[in-house]
Design a protein around this ligand. Structure first.
Ligand code: GLY
Length: 350
């Protein structure tokens, strides 16, 4: 069984969609877009698609606050209204919010229809759209409801990055940094040599990051072991993101993960895994790119409450992915609350 979706790049991808359409003859093709991708990306995609099937477009609002079951219900109702049957094809064109939710909607609709992801943000290209995780948030709890479901293919067109605001690039870049830290020291050095993020450097990094993610996911699709390393920086990062989301001052996913990687690297040192020198190197590089998040000591208990709900926990113990060294992560490490608080305090003071 192929445990990872095929990934195609650029114009080759549109050809592959056309091949898929020719072979599978979908009864209807529905494009899921948001306000931005409708305007900037959909025209480019549709101009290359060859089909005689009826097509429809569903536009949703962008943003994490719209990644929930209420929007899913509207999407299922719209698919029903369009008389989409089990041979329908959903093509998700958007960032991680849209591809996560679109995949979930497709996989639940009539017990599952085919879907294809066309990620349009850096974050979705190197992480969210690849590997078959789908889902939505439940209140402020990120990705609390979801399942594993593979798209038929993912089409990565780095050209879409050219229309992205810098903050979106920075958000996705945190996942690229993560890939270097957890799996490949040489890749980390290549990344850390970049003093600023230029779009012309990104295509190569996107391909390397996707290869790293593919390698990990293909060994452990349903995250019973190794795949957990892809969550480095996310135990803290998701909790902080959820905290700010609940307080109606959302931060970008990558900002939460960037902070999470610094704090979790500190914990790695305190657990006598990572060397202090490598921790300083990581902290210095990430801090040179990302603004410091406005965390205060009085938020700690709320942030910890979100961590208690992390999907990696077992028996109420908060389990972390930590670094043994740059390029090598370990998972399922229990970390006591006092050490988590100490690490957060060090982040605030550092
Ligand atoms: N985003 C982490 C994973 O796909 O496992």
């Amino acid at each position: 069984m192929n445990l990872i979706n095929p990934i195609y790049y650029g114009k080759e991808g549109i050809k592959e969609i056309n091949n898929f359409i020719q072979e599978n003859k979908p009864s209807k093709i529905v494009f899921l877009v948001d306000e931005n991708t409708h305007k900037y990306c959909y025209p480019q995609v549709i101009s290359g698609i060859e089909t005689t099937a009826e097509t429809e477009i569903i536009e949703i609002k962008p943003g994490e606050e719209n990644k929930n079951l209420y929007i899913c219900i509207q999407l299922w109702e719209t698919l029903t209204h369009f008389k989409t049957d089990r041979k329908g094809l959903l093509i998700n064109i958007g960032g991680g919010v849209l591809t996560d939710m679109g995949g979930f909607v497709a996989n639940c609709y009539k017990r599952g229809i085919n879907f294809i992801n066309i990620p349009t943000t850096l974050l979705a290209m190197v992480d969210a759209s690849i590997g078959g995780k789908t889902g939505v948030d439940l209140g402020s709890h990120k990705n609390q409801i979801g399942n594993f479901a593979l798209p038929r293919m993912v089409i990565v067109d780095p050209e879409f990055i050219l229309t992205l605001p810098q903050e979106q690039i920075l958000s996705g870049f945190a996942e690229i940094i993560k890939h270097g830290l957890i799996a490949d020291e040489v890749y980390w050095k290549e990344i850390a040599a970049l003093k600023e993020i230029k779009t012309e450097n990104l295509e190569k990094l996107i391909r390397t990051s996707i290869e790293i993610k593919k390698e990990v996911v293909s060994q452990d699709f349903t995250e019973t072991g190794l795949r957990k390393i892809l969550n480095f920086g996310h135990t803290i990062g998701h909790a902080v993101e959820s905290f700010f989301l609940e307080n109606k001052t959302p931060v970008m996913h990558g900002e939460g993960v960037a902070m999470g990687m610094i704090v979790e690297s500190y914990i790695s040192v305190r657990k006598e895994l990572l060397s202090r020198q490598e921790y300083e190197e990581i902290k210095e590089y990430i801090s040179s790119l990302y603004p410091k998040l406005a965390i205060k000591e009085e938020y700690f208990d709320n942030i910890l409450a979100f961590m208690q709900n992390d999907k990696k926990n077992v028996n109420n113990e908060i389990k972390f992915v930590l670094l043994e060294k740059i390029g090598k992560a370990v998972y399922d490490i229990s970390v006591e609350e006092e050490l988590i608080k100490e690490a957060l305090r060090t982040y605030i003071e550092g």
